[in-house]
Design a binder for this molecule. Structure first.
Ligand SMILES: N[C@H](CCC[C@H](N)C(=O)O)C(=O)O
Length: 277
């Protein structure tokens, strides 16, 4: 089958975006992996599939697949690229689009300045709903990882995150420790592992070893989770500028039981076609 796609990125977190609003696209995990492969396919961190809404009051549905083929609940950089894609393709005349994801409805808004603001919803902190196997709901919890024990804060933005504070993100063992945390037994759905360096109360640097994709240049839900973790630890004050390797996001949060607002860019790079088994 011939697959038409748009290649996009949010701060270097890159996506293959497929328009399935007129005809369904059958995506199996092997097909997702084939598309995401950076040598034998197009290459991307995640695959985004835009579909017609399946419920009233919503404009579209969009599905998110990691490069390893697994379908996941939420993607912050992807949500920004989604609304840019829908606008640029003329799929909607609106600039604020209500879209259904596996973790609920969000409404990314394409601003006049080209940046996108997304209400990413209320962070989930209850371990059972992250999910994080723990008999405590303390903000900071010890997690044995290999030969060391790290102090993490577990947060869900619809998808699970384990955030730790480090002195220097450039020196942090992201590849080795991130891989161990991603598959840690206490995260039964696996987890995105964040490494945050606090520069000042309104500014951090962040690296994320993503579930199902490895380290990415930026992670939108990871930035939201890091700011929530930092504020709960008393280290940060809203709004926070999150410096990732791919560029900057602005994250605002008014505290527990309120939504996290994320603002950042979304870029289309090229259109393409790929023969798919
Ligand atoms: N790897 C994530 C999904 C993509 C999230 C990330 N790309 C973002 O911008 O939020 C997970 O398995 O939960």
């Amino acid at each position: 089958m011939k697959l038409r796609f748009t290649k996009m990125h949010g701060l270097g977190n890159d996506f293959v975006v497929i328009d399935a609003t007129h005809a369904p696209v059958e995506l199996t995990p092997p097909r997702v992996r084939a598309i995401a492969d950076r040598h034998f396919g197009v290459g991307c961190d995640q695959l985004l599939v835009v579909e017609p809404a399946s419920q009233p009051g919503v404009d579209f549905r969009y599905r998110i697949f990691n490069a390893d083929g697994g379908e996941v609940e939420q993607c912050g950089n992807g949500a920004r690229c989604f609304v840019r894609f829908v606008h640029d393709k003329g799929l909607s005349g609106k600039r604020e689009i209500r879209v259904e994801t596996r973790s609920g409805v969000i409404a990314p808004r394409l601003r006049e300045d080209g940046l996108v603001t997304v209400d990413m919803g209320v962070p989930e902190l209850a371990p059972a709903r992250i999910p994080f196997l723990s008999d405590s709901d303390a903000v900071v919890q010890p997690l044995p990882v290999g030969e060391v024990t790290v102090a993490i804060t577990a947060v869900s933005m619809g998808n699970p995150h384990a955030v730790q504070v480090v002195a220097d993100v450039d020196a942090a063992p992201v590849a080795e420790q991130g891989a161990l945390i991603e598959r840690h037994q206490r995260f039964p759905a696996r987890v995105n592992a964040g490494f945050m360096q606090v520069l000042e109360p309104h500014r951090v640097r962040l690296r994320v070893f993503e579930r199902g994709a490895g380290e990415t240049l930026a992670c939108g839900t990871g930035a939201c989770a890091a700011v929530v973790a930092g504020m709960l630890r008393g280290l940060l004050e809203s709004p926070v500028r999150v410096e990732t390797r791919g560029g900057e996001l602005e994250i605002a949060w008014a505290g527990p039981d309120t939504p996290v607002l994320m603002t950042g860019p979304a870029v289309s790079v090229f259109e393409g076609e790929m023969e798919l088994e």
